[in-house]
Structures are given as structure tokens and as C-alpha cells.
Design a protein. Structure first.
Lengths: 384, 259
């Protein structure tokens, strides 16, 4: 379907498509096999200016909106969502600075992320605080001109690879969620280290580690926004970033539909290609319907979010749930259409199925997204 | 450093067909691309510019739609594009093309280096690069696989050979033709694409470059293509098996028929 993109959006799609076809697809199996971070691919994405898409123009980026980044991530997701996740996590890492940071912080951190010279990461999740972000244990205490951080973040994408980390810590335990604040920690800060790389089911090209803070001292001006606004920044960050995760789901969905349909046309059983059998046709048709419907929601949600509406959380959660549940279902069905071949690591679809699972889990599980949607509906209808 | 890169628009090799009537390449409905070797020449030029400063001009000879490859070159880091285009150039062989490009280079002005792909994937002659150097009376080095050193006087290069490579030093001005091992061409950047969209190109006619009408197009071409045809299918083949002695015996038996 034609969504009538602007000329700039078409350029973003063309560039991301070329990177996906020429740089990601030929290497994705090897990166997955070796748990290897895609440094060379990210370099080519940096050279093509993709890292600049979500960064404001005054800080060396293109000032792109949610839809622009969605279009890039959809293409990258078609190749490998491990690579797509590494790219998206860098944008996620600086969203807090873009949303709530001082001009000084923006000036200091955004230009090098826009050029892809440095990567960023977002540190929220902990052992006892994932979907329940208010259970955070990491603390930050002001000591003279420095904040002192203590605690451990878990499963942080781009851990050990990023140079810039935005980290949520509790500055006032008594105030609950209003006692959380956001900080920028740099690679090399004394008292800050990253744990070993986690071994994952999928998205193995991306790096996932703990972030460990032991009396980590950072200058006072590294706080993002005022003390106590950390949780609001987190919510706004995730509202902006979730459509990107949905877009990775669209990418997987498209890649699966392409693989399944191509295979079904070639595979001959009982004297005809299996696409001639209604049982297979209906599976492919259902994939195409779910994919196209998800795409329509993700694109329109992204456009809606670009207008910074009040119901941003609801719309953002809706598109994340729909597109990532679709990616899971379509990838499982693709393996089914391809039968034994689909299950073999020689073909790309078993990886797509392993990869798809994370989309329903990270950046808020799909259950939590439904909670958000439900709560927002409750609020909306109370006002009516 | 002023660098000129010669680029050619060619039909995508993935999609080449012969017109069965005329036995020439069927161009209609076939996607056009920048000759792949030229993409490597352009990439090296842009890298040299990024390292040493200067300007990269892309030069192409072809029909008006060849500006598409100039636009692509701008999106990959070139600064300026020149198209040499005139009906009078039609039917040019490699010599007339070299002559025409040399005239265009004179009109472009000063340069330190000209980079070309080793050959175009449609004609496959590998003659235009060296021909252009001869026309300009400058040294040329073909099949460059690596730039070892570069400074404001010249370059030290690796020239690919069948069995290894030669190390060649050359001073400016010079012309190099390059192979694919030299580098990996970059993907166009967003900034580049935006610049390319707005780019305007200089179009030189035969008159603009002061070309002698007897040296261009079909009239200026010593080579005439008399016939193009698909190679005949291979004859019958047989694989001999057994010990070497047995195979020799079988071979002698087969050859004996021709005695």
C-alpha cells in the first residue's frame, strides 16, 4: 500500500533498505551464531546519517519525528532486529536528554550521537524493577558538587558498547515514583562498569549487560531535568520509543511473509506447489492481513505521536502490542509453512522466530502495555 | 586535491538480454545503474578528498538520462557533476569516447588525478581509461587494488596482477583505473541524497568542448561492430574415467578417428 511519504521519508526508506539488503542480510546469520556486535554495520549506518534522524537539527541531526525513525527501523527489522535493536537503543539512550535535558547536556551529548561517533544506552531495568519501574533500587545521593550512584541495572541494551548512558536512580526514597531522577553516566566514569554479555535466545547481535555503580561519582550537572522528574522522563521516553519497537515487528512480519510466500511457490508436494493448497493460502492471507493492519496502525500512531497529543501513551502502547504480537504469530506461522526447512538454522526464519519473542517483552511487556491502554481508557471515560 | 572520476551508466548486469532481431543489447525496460567498478573509483576519490581536502568532479558521457548516475555520485560524496551529451557522440567506440572525454577534461580545467573503473560491465573493453590518459598525455596505472601512500606529490599504489601485485609510484597528474578490491563503496547518506536532489549539472555538447566532428561518434570510431551474436552451444563432451593409462588409451582411440 502507498502511504504517500514525503520525499525525505522516501530517502530514509531507500537508505535503510540498501543497508539492510547489502550490509545486514549477508551477515546476520554469522552475527547471530557468534553473538557478535555489528560494529561495521553500525558504522555504515552512521556514514549514511541514520543515527542523526531522531536528533534535533540544532544538535547536528535531522530533527526527524516518530514516523521517520519508524520507517528506518521497519527496514532494519526486515534484516535483523538484533542490529535494529542496537541502533534503536542508541536513540532510546538520548531521548531522555532530548525530552528533559538542559541545553548544556544536549550540546555535550547529542552531536556525537547524531553522527554515530558515540552510542547511547538507556538504563532503567533492575532485578526487581522491570515493568514496575517504581521498584528501582539504584540510588543517587548529592555529595557537594557530585552525585554518588550505587546499584545495578540489568539487561541493558548496548551495555559495554555505548559511551553515553542515561540512568534512572532514586534520589528521594520517601517520594516513591516522584523521588526518581535521571542522570547521564559516561563510559570511564570512576565507579561505573558493565557486566559480562548476557547469553540470549535471540537478538544476539545486540549487546545486553548489567550496569554496575559502586560509589560512582559524576558531576552535579549530569542530572537530566530537575530531581524527582526521572519517572516522568522515563514515561515520555518510552511513549516516543515504543512505535520503534512496533516497527521492528513490522520488519520481521514483512521478512517472514516474503520468505513464506516465496517458499510456498517453490515447494512442490503432491505434484503442485504448496501455495496451491488452500490450507497454506489461508495462512499466508492471514499473515498479510495482520501485517498490513499493523503497519497502518503503527504509521498512523507515529504520525499522531509526532503531534504530541495527550493520549500518547495509549496510542503508543496500542501499536506496540499489535505489531509485536503480529510479528510473533507471523514468524511462528512462517516456520510452520516451511516445515522442517523452517526449523533448520540453515534458513533465516528460525532466527526470526527466536528474535520476535523479545518484541513482546522489552520496552514494557505486552501485558503491561494492555494495562496502560486499560488505565487510559478508564481515565478517558471517567472524564466523559 | 582536484579529482575527476569518470562514471558510466550501464544496464544492470542482473538483467541483460539481447534483442533477438538486432543482436544488440536490449536497453528498453532494463534498469540502469552506475558501472560497479566506477563506484569503487568514486569511493576512493571521496576518501582521498576526506583525507586531503579538495574537490571531486564526476564526469560522464551519455544520453541525458545519464544525469541519474551523476546524482547518485553526489549522494555518495562527489561535489560536482558534468555530463557530456550530444547526438553527435552516438556510436562512439572506445577511442572516440576517450577523445571526447579528454576534450571535456580540458574544459573542466585543472586536475591532479583522474579515477576510472577498470572497465564497464556492458562493453567490457577496459580501454577508455588508458585511452583517456593517452589523449591527455599523462601517465596511467591500471587495476589499482590499494593506495599505499598519498601526499601532495603523488601516490604509491598496488597494481593487481594475475599472480600477486606490483608496487607502482606515480606523480600527478595521473590517471588510475581501479578494481573492486580497492574499497567498499559507501551507501548514500541522507545529507548526500538531499544535496543530490537539488544538484544541477553542467551539460557539455560537442561544440562546448570544441570537439573535431571527424573524431567523435561513429565517424571518429575506428572500431565498427559488424555483428553481435550469442556464442554457439558447446559441442559434445565426454569425461574419461579409469586409471591414467586407461584414460590415455581411450583418448588415443578417440583421436585415431581424426587421423
Amino acid at each position: 500500500m502507498d502511504y504517500f511519504f514525503s520525499e525525505e521519508q522516501s530517502m530514509i526508506v531507500e537508505i535503510a533498505k540498501q543497508i539492510t539488503d547489502e550490509r545486514i542480510i549477508p551477515h546476520r546469520a554469522e552475527l547471530d551464531e557468534k553473538d557478535e556486535f555489528p560494529r561495521e554495520i553500525l558504522k555504515s549506518m552512521a556514514q549514511a546519517d541514520l543515527f542523526g534522524v531522531p536528533i534535533p537539527e540544532e544538535y547536528g541531526g535531522f530533527g526527524g519525528g516518530c514516523l521517520d525513525i519508524v520507517l528506518a527501523l521497519e527496514q532494519l527489522g526486515r534484516g535483523c532486529i538484533g542490529v535494529g535493536t542496537a541502533f534503536a537503543a542508541s536513540a532510546l539512550g538520548v531521548y531522555p536528554i532530548i525530552i528533559s535535558g538542559s541545553d548544556e547536556l544536549k550540546e555535550r551529548y547529542l552531536p556525537s550521537v547524531a553522527t554515530g561517533e558515540k552510542y547511547a544506552a538507556f538504563g532503567l531495568t533492575e532485578a526487581n524493577a522491570g515493568s514496575d519501574a517504581s521498584g528501582i533500587q539504584t540510588t543517587a545521593v548529592l555529595d557537594g558538587e557530585e552525585w554518588v550512584l550505587n546499584g545495578t541495572k540489568q539487561w541493558i541494551t548496548n551495555g559495554g558498547e555505548a559511551q553515553i548512558y542515561t540512568v534512572v536512580a532514586i534520589t528521594d526514597r520517601k517520594k516513591g515514583a516522584r523521588g526518581a531522577s535521571m542522570f547521564v553516566v559516561e563510559e570511564g566514569d570512576v565507579g561505573f562498569s558493565c557486566g559480562p554479555k548476557e547469553k540470549k535466545m535471540g537478538i544476539r547481535a545486540s549487546s545486553t549487560t548489567e550496569l554496575i555503580f559502586k560509589d560512582c561519582r559524576i558531576p552535579k550537572d549530569r542530572i537530566v531535568g530537575r530531581a524527582g522528574t526521572g519517572f516522568i522522563t522515563v514515561m515520555k521516553t518510552l511513549d516516543s520509543s515504543r512505535p520503534g519497537i512496533a516497527a521492528l515487528g513490522l520488519g520481521i512480519g514483512q521478512a517472514c511473509l516474503d520468505e513464506a510466500t516465496t517458499y510456498a511457490k517453490q515447494r512442490v508436494q503432491f505434484g503442485k506447489p504448496i501455495i496451491a493448497f488452500q490450507a497454506v493460502q489461508h495462512m499466508l492471507a492471514d499473515m498479510a492481513i495482520q501485517l498490513e493492519a499493523s503497519r497502518a496502525l503503527v504509521y498512523s500512531a507515529a504520525k499522531h505521536i509526532d503531534a504530541h497529543p495527550k493520549d500518547m501513551s495509549k496510542v503508543s502502547s496500542m501499536c506496540k502490542v499489535m505489531a509485536t504480537d503480529m510479528a510473533m504469530k507471523v514468524s511462528v506461522d512462517t516456520v510452520q509453512v516451511m516445515g522442517g526447512y523452517g526449523y533448520m538454522r540453515e534458513y533465516p526464519v528460525e532466527k526470526m522466530m527466536r528474535d520476535a519473542k523479545i518484541l513482546q517483552i522489552y520496552e514494557g511487556t505486552n501485558q503491561v502495555q494492555r494495562n496502560v491502554i486499560g488505565q487510559e481508557l478508564n481515565k478517558e471515560y471517567s472524564r466523559k | 586535491m582536484k579529482i575527476i572520476v569518470c562514471v558510466k551508466q550501464v544496464p544492470d548486469a542482473k538483467d541483460v538480454r539481447l534483442d533477438p532481431e538486432t543482436n544488440t543489447l536490449a536497453r528498453e525496460g532494463v534498469q540502469s545503474i552506475m558501472n560497479p567498478y566506477d563506484q569503487h573509483a568514486l569511493e576512493e576519490a571521496v576518501r582521498l578528498k576526506e583525507q586531503l581536502g579538495g574537490e571531486v568532479t564526476v564526469l560522464s558521457m551519455g544520453p541525458p538520462q545519464a544525469v541519474d548516475v551523476l546524482r547518485q555520485a553526489i549522494s555518495c560524496g562527489a561535489d560536482r557533476g558534468v555530463l557530456v551529451s550530444d547526438r553527435a557522440f552516438a556510436g562512439a567506440d572506445t577511442w572516440a569516447t576517450s577523445y571526447t572525454l579528454a576534450k571535456a577534461v580540458h574544459k573542466i580545467g585543472d586536475f591532479d588525478l583522474i579515477l576510472c573503473g577498470k572497465q564497464a560491465i556492458d562493453g567490457d573493453t577496459a580501454q577508455v581509461g588508458p585511452g583517456l590518459a593517452i589523449q591527455l598525455d599523462i601517465p596511467f596505472v591500471t587495476c589499482i587494488q590499494k593506495v599505499r601512500e598519498v601526499d601532495d606529490k603523488g601516490l604509491v599504489l598496488e597494481r593487481m596482477m594475475d599472480d600477486g601485485y606490483d608496487v607502482v609510484a606515480v606523480s600527478y597528474p595521473a590517471l588510475l583505473t581501479v578494481v573492486k578490491d580497492l574499497n567498499e563503496p559507501r551507501i548514500p547518506s541522507l545529507k548526500g541524497k538531499m544535496k543530490a536532489k537539488k544538484a544541477e549539472f553542467e551539460i557539455f555538447s560537442a561544440e562546448d568542448v570544441g570537439a573535431d566532428s571527424t573524431c567523435i561518434g561513429l565517424a571518429g570510431s575506428p572500431t565498427q561492430v559488424v555483428n553481435v551474436f550469442p556464442p554457439p552451444p558447446r559441442g559434445k563432451r565426454a569425461v574419461l574415467t579409469g586409471t591414467v593409462e586407461e584414460q590415455i588409451e581411450q583418448l588415443v582411440e578417440k583421436l585415431a578417428v581424426y587421423l
